[in-house]
Design a protein around this ligand. Structure first.
Ligand code: FE2
Length: 419
């Protein structure tokens, strides 16, 4: 170990690394090589690309710099699997990822093994503190791509006319279990927001800073599919007065009349999930998912409420245990709200907030190429909080800031009301 690196930290990180790498492969076990080639919407990437790109991250930002005599697996991979790091190398257009029939899946898996073996060599040495910081970032990056892999496969299977199931369905709740929605009051005042302490966080969670909150109320649970169906039945998608101007434009430009994976046949709605196509009445008590910020905002206006700010959500979540329907529960879809006894801030669906994704006062991106990880997206995006049914439990925390453009619908994004 170098003087400033603790052996315990290095051992802990090695385990974190191995767990993340194994979990990504496990998520691919229900998939065929052909499944892993599909890129069914511009936002998504093929599973094979996720396998390669997460590997590229460790090769590019850890091994090349910190493992002496590291041998690149394939020099072309260092630009081919770059996602968006302009200062690292040129990279192919995102929409071309479905054309990567080569390298073959076997070669991508061999790339993973090559990099994993080199990482083990690094763990046997005195890894520098900066190398360990990059490894921890890389493990968190891989966990983000685990969530994306599943959301992208859901979209791929939805666009397949056969509507295949990623996993066989289990017991989804019926409508009678719905826990009444009520808004819990919170005192306002001067609070702090942002990460504190020594544990890992992304640069966009810093620095911790003061925020002023007026007294507010936050719903004890997410809005359900059944409740959202009432918005649809009331003509919510055809009432411009409920929508932000850009949202109304998106409704008309895209022909939206329901959340992304809802299909109406003979007057009955069904919802496509990772466990196949399910009748709406069967999952009416599960949180509505795959809605844009615009739909969340319009729904909140329809019921006379609003979306929470990211700081209201964080104030409510601070100090709460990270419990809820996350990836580790294995449900792979939102679960009925009635099954959860106490209000939980985490899981099921990311909560759209009314906060624009901006740097906190004094925000400083990471040095070098990795400064492109989060900072350069701080324009035109909204913050989401709380994680989803496909977020690894060890990945999420009260200060975690996810972000997407407001028209985004392919993520597990839902609605928590505030007033
Ligand atoms: Fe990435």
């Amino acid at each position: 170990m170098s003087a400033t690196t603790s052996p315990i930290l290095q051992t802990t990180l090695a385990k974190r690394f191995r767990d993340a790498r194994r979990q990504t492969l496990e998520l691919c076990t229900p998939l065929t090589p052909e499944d892993m080639m599909v890129q069914s919407c511009p936002e998504a990437s093929p599973a094979k690309w996720h396998l390669a790109h997460t590997t590229w991250f460790f090769e590019s930002f850890v091994l090349r710099e910190f493992l002496p005599d590291y041998r690149l697996f394939n020099a072309d991979f260092s630009w081919l699997f770059n996602s968006y790091y302009e200062s690292f190398s040129p990279f192919p257009e995102k929409k071309l990822r479905a054309s990567f029939a080569r390298p073959a899946l076997d070669e991508v898996l061999a790339y993973r093994e090559h990099v994993d073996a080199a990482m083990e060599q690094l763990f046997e040495r005195d890894a520098e503190p900066e190398a360990l910081r990059r490894i921890e970032l890389g493990a968190n990056h891989e966990e983000q791509h685990q969530e994306l892999l599943l959301t992208d496969i859901l979209n791929a299977f939805f666009t397949n006319p056969l509507r295949p199931k990623y996993r066989e369905q289990g017991s989804e709740g019926a409508r009678e279990h719905v826990r009444p929605l009520h808004l819990q009051q919170f005192a306002g005042g001067l609070r702090e927001a942002g990460h504190t302490g020594e544990s890992f966080c992304f640069d966009n969670e810093l620095p911790r800073h003061r925020v002023w909150l007026e007294p507010f109320a936050l719903a004890n649970r997410l809005v359900t599919c059944g409740e959202f169906a009432e918005f649809i039945a009331d003509g919510g998608y055809s009432k411009p007065e409920l929508w932000l101007s850009a949202g109304w434009a998106a409704v008309n430009a895209n022909g939206w009349r329901a959340p992304l994976y809802w299909t109406e046949r003979d007057g009955a709605w069904s919802v496509f999930t990772l466990r196949g196509e399910l009748p709406l009445e069967q999952i009416a008590s599960t949180p509505v998912s795959q809605v844009s910020h615009y739909e969340a905002d319009a729904y909140a206006r329809w019921v006379g409420k609003r979306l929470p700010t990211e700081f209201e959500w964080e104030a409510a979540a601070e100090g709460q245990p990270v419990e809820g329907n996350l990836l580790d529960s294995g449900n792979l879809m939102p679960v009925p709200v009635g099954e959860v006894r106490d209000a939980k801030c985490y899981g099921d669906c990311w909560v759209w907030t009314s906060s624009a994704y901006l740097g906190y006062p004094g925000f400083r991106p990471l040095d070098g190429t990795l400064g492109e990880y989060n900072g350069k997206f701080m324009s035109g995006q909204m913050v989401l909080r709380g994680g989803s049914c496909v977020t690894p439990a060890g990945h999420i925390r009260a200060t975690y800031r996810n972000f997407f453009s407001p028209e985004t619908r392919w993520q597990f994004s839902g609605i928590r009301l505030a007033s």
